[in-house]
Design a protein around this ligand. Sequence first.
Ligand code: ADP
Ligand code: MG
Length: 704
Amino acid sequence: MNRAARGRPETTLAAGEAPVATLPGAGPRVAERLAARGLRTLQDLWLHLPLRYEDRTRLTPIRELRPGETAQVEGRVEAVERGFRYRPTLRVAIGDDSRATLVLRFFHFRSAQAAQFAPGRRIRAYGQARPGSHGLEMVHPSYRLLSDEDDGELRDCLDPVYPAVEGVGPALIRRLIDEALKRLPPAPELELLPDALRDALSLPTLREALLAVHRPPPGADLAQLALGLHPAQRRLALEELLAHHLSLRRQRVALQRHGAEPIRVKGALAKRLREALPFALTRAQQRVFAEVRADLARAEPMLRLVQGDVGSGKTVVAALAALLAVEAGRQVALMAPTELLAEQHLNHFRAWLEPLGVRVAWLAGKVGGKARQAVLADIASGAAQVVVGTHALMQEAVAFDDLALCIVDEQHRFGVHQRLALRDKGRSGAHVPHQLVMTATPIPRTLAMTAYADLDVSVIDELPPGRTPVQTVAVSAERRPEVIERIRAACAEGRQAYWVCTLIEDSEEVAAQAAQSTYESLSQQLPGLRVGLVHGRMKAREKQDAMRAFKDGAIQLLVATTVIEVGVDVPNASLMLIENAERLGLAQLHQLRGRVGRGAAASTCVLLYQPPLSAMARARIETMRRTTDGFIIAEKDLELRGPGELLGTRQTGLAQFRVADLSRDAGLLPQVRDSADRLLAEAPALAEALVKRWVGHAAEYAGA
Ligand code: ADP
Ligand code: MG
């Protein structure tokens, strides 16, 4: 362990915690605007990293400029031309000693500005060279006029370009960061990472890393910096990932400190359900149920994530877990992100549990008036043993008598805060309920361990037997008529089909309209076929009726928006068509496709796309054609678009990183975990300081 490990973190943090207002140039107004961007302390400024860099440390001879290259040049004005043909244009030709000419072109300019460019004036410009009508040109370069006496000294480091802060100009931000950097403590005081770890990875100290990233010296590897692969950036990314990982682990420890009422029962109810089911559990389901059961029997709250691909049968595992709590005489809450999905769970739970004499209640936003009062009363008295619902379960008016287990489905749609809010419904004294989280989003193992460091993970890695993998084909939209013919034929054979409408805009309103008009045109083109419609703008009742009619076979072709994405289950549907498939991400395509192939019949998924396909879209569609394995698709997704989107960063309440990028830095994750173990064991104070430095306020709910 290094010096810091032996007890310096307090002083380290103190230096960084000085308010921004202590810097010259940061008056109250500026401080306020910086605070609005989360920049309150010197440390916040240290960690406010450049987006990119501009190299004004050298001059490029005009003759050596290449199209596309961004560079600094210096020359004298040779000619000025103002044009007005289409819009005002100012063209300034400059030449240098390399006897080549470059045109600087401006579309927005004031007359006074134009007048500065007298022939012979010395000018230095920075911008991107592009082919123009007379050789290379720079459009709206940044530039500076130099007097002849000016010795034209060059910058001694790359110019950092910082993310903009509203109301604070770039020059001021830069100056404030300069001041903040002057106040960086000496390396040993700032350092929180153990020397051994830094040495093992040959990483610089934090001080070196910050200086290198903010003020890269001339000759620094710009390409490496742009890719985020510079050792200084990797050093920062490692520290940040470590801090977030520690923060999640701390949350877990904090939660488990509360303790929970153990659930130890014979399992008679669960046994009866298993006997009543028309199928046997897969081995994976049995294993996961056993894991859950063991968790529940402990005196600390279960925090378990059950990951299983679409159709792997998570619901029945949840129902079995619920029965353990019910047998113990206690209550269970099951929360799903959409009403449709919650209703489906309700139907399953009613069908499975009510024959066993268990009372299942329903609570969604739309349950109102007397019905709501009655449900709330049943929840409060304990008469409702299992309560299924949506976000409505988290409202204040909902008070459980004795909540033992919270089950949350499709958790990537809920934030951590919401999960905690539901859990708090069951707080009594020092005890909290057990939590079971289910997700169909397969997450690559490396990510799961970081993203869910606060949860134990079980994977249902086996599909129920008798399923034939879905065959996927990609078809250009020009062949729509053929596809419609194919649907007619399939339905004539007694099969059922989905037609999924998608739109660029993330608006259920617009999507609903598109679905409506597709519904009308398909009804016309397929006379004699029973066509139905479901979209997010319909009343819950109508949606439910349409889904039920589809389930019962009364509807043969269901036109839908992506509301059917999550969890909806109609085993007889064996054909799915996805319109504009090129617009959807892999995860969403995979979820949608999971709606078919749930029965014994061979299923097909048709990806209808608008040509021409972008390279990304082609790669996605190719992946979909090649595999139905959710984990392979997730790996590919990670590769194609990065983890932020994969995990739905904003919705999970998961960390937004300042430096780290989970796909780029995935290689650091094993180190992160090992280091976390060591730090927690050997230097808990350092761990604490790291979390405070990087996660700070975001971690406040950690002690909840
Ligand atoms: P998901 O994991 O996507 O939520 P579900 O729980 O909805 O999957 O299960 C998908 C379908 O498979 C349901 O119709 C369910 O009843 C059925 N199922 C679940 N487990 C088995 C099993 N072991 N054998 C056969 N069918 C099963
Ligand atoms: Mg499900």
